[in-house]
Design a protein around this ligand. Structure first.
Ligand SMILES: [Fe+2]
Ligand SMILES: [Fe+2]
Length: 343
């Protein structure tokens, strides 16, 4: 047992083939598969507060109930298995291996843990930015707007809506897929959209900064209806079959009418909501037609790509500074070494 390294999901990436480790987390996915000899095995996803890891459990893997302290064997063929291990705290013992130059993980033993001792909340990933800090920035952005815009934003971002908006992830897998991720992404988009708008205003283009601010803060409002935390991020049925752009526009239009928002302002903001993905093939029915919509849409795309760059894992490639191909952004990333500072 002494050769076993205690690890978190992010520390696993630093282990080398052959190393044994132990880890704790929640199994979010268990898929039954079979190998080329038709022997069943399981592909599992374990999450902890730092991320997630995929691992295989072969048919000779051991499953234990360790909730009461001592370990009791669980028969893999019993009807409640392996479902009993889903969405509950577990411990695992595993090994690292390598396949075609890529790191792989196998779990040889899995333990059900006592949820009282290991509450599930401790394994949920959350934004690295303190939520109070984000809340202050969000409120000061609203404060900076002229009364009509400010009043509308205050009405939208309150009560139940604000509670959900503050908690939600910005996605289930692609980017900011953790608690408070939507708030973090919304702030980053609005911050850069405002900076872009200011820079264009400085060169003579007339961009309405309050419309940019409101459009930025509202652009992904539909995500509060698209996602849920139960307790991990997952997609709702309306999110899957209607999508956040249509859901967001519907919610926005209803609130604009209830508030009695000026019609031209309603159209300008509604346009930002529906055009923010920038391309029809990315789900926007129209492309950005105003400078306000252009800066929000550009800032949104930039924040997504930048997030993917920041979080790309070390690949098992011969050149580790180059990422694997990222299908959702259609490229490989490069993380160059530290820049040389001129004397
Ligand atoms: Fe979006
Ligand atoms: Fe967005």
């Amino acid at each position: 047992m002494s050769d076993m390294v205690p690890a978190t999901t992010s520390q696993l990436r630093g282990l080398v083939p052959g190393e044994r480790f132990k880890i704790m987390g929640v199994l979010q996915q268990i898929k039954s598969r079979s190998d080329k000899n038709k022997r069943p095995f399981w592909e599992v996803v374990l999450v902890d507060s730092e991320g997630s890891v995929e691992a295989k459990v072969w048919s000779d893997g051991k499953w234990w109930d360790a909730r009461a302290g001592e370990r009791l064997p669980m028969e893999p063929s019993s009807p409640e298995m392996p479902g009993a291990f889903l969405n509950v705290p577990v411990g695992a013992i595993g090994t690292v291996s390598e396949f075609r130059g890529r790191q792989q993980f196998q779990f040889s033993e899995l333990f059900l843990l006592d949820p009282e001792k290991f509450p599930i909340g401790g394994f949920i990933q959350s934004s690295p930015v303190p939520v109070e800090e984000m809340e202050d920035e969000f409120r000061s952005m609203i404060e900076s707007c002229r009364p009509e815009v400010r009043g509308f934003l205050e009405k939208v971002f309150q009560g139940e809506t604000w509670k959900k908006f503050r908690e939600m992830p910005a996605a289930v897998t692609h980017h900011h897929a953790y608690v408070h991720g939507l708030l973090e992404h919304t702030l980053a988009v609005t911050r850069s959209a405002r900076a872009l708008a200011r820079s264009y205003n400085g060169s003579g283009v007339d961009i309405d900064l309050d419309v940019v601010t409101a459009g930025g803060l509202l652009h992904d409002i539909g995500k509060i209806d698209s996602y849920r935390l139960d307790p991990f991020p997952s997609m709702t049925i309306p999110g899957t079959v209607i999508d956040h752009i249509a859901l967001g526009f519907t919610r926005f239009s209803r609130m604009a009418r209830e508030y009695g928002l000026d019609e031209e302002l309603e159209t300008a903001l509604g346009h930002i909501l529906v055009s923010h993905h920038g391309r029809k093939e990315y789900g926007s029915p129209v492309l950005p037609a105003t400078p306000e919509a252009m800066v929000v849409s550009s800032a949104d795309e930039l924040n997504f790509i930048m997030f993917c760059w920041e979080t790309f894992p070390e690949s098992g490639n011969a050149e580790p500074s180059i990422s694997d191909f990222h299908p959702s952004v259609g490229r490989r990333f490069w993380r160059p070494g530290p820049r040389k500072v001129e004397e």
